[in-house]
Write a protein of this length. Sequence first.
Length: 213
Amino acid sequence: MITSLTILSSIAIIVTAIIAFAEYLAGKARHENTLAIARLDKQEEDFIKWFYDYLHMSQILMRVTIQLNMDRLEQIHFEDATDSGSQRRVVRINENTLSRDRYTADLTYQMMILNLIIDERKSYFKRAKARIRENHETLIQDINDFSKEIHTTYDERMKDETADFRAIMTDARTLARKTVQEIERSNHEMGDQVKEDLLALEDEIESHFRRKK
């Protein structure tokens, strides 16, 4: 009798221990799942903030660079003028030069911290990261090409004594629009890839929520 009770008691203890261990494992799994969701949420949040900052900086850099070159081109024509319009243009040139240099530096730094934002060990933004780098290269190349074209072809045309100011400025604005269109095309391609990667990450987060149920 004692032996039977002892055996039953031992079995009960073992069963209780097994149940407790199973509950521990289940609790641990739920905890790890919760942590995984938190990590993914933070990765998504950090990336979105980084991306909007990048877009903001790149748009400003594009605008101030184009405006700076257009103002410089106009100033060649009005270099001897002393009216208020010319003075305002000179002030704007100085301000945009500072803005261009500052946002170029800010954008360079923003690209440096991209590696910190996207965890290479398990990244859900690898394709977006590659597209962003291509976009950054396109942006810099396009605004540099625009600046170079203005400084070479258009500056020389404007310095000609028989230069048609209106025609030159019209051509320069056409070049500026083409530059903006090329950058915006790259932006749309980048945006599509970012959206696709964000949806993939949200699907992963949703799968973790289903595991919690």
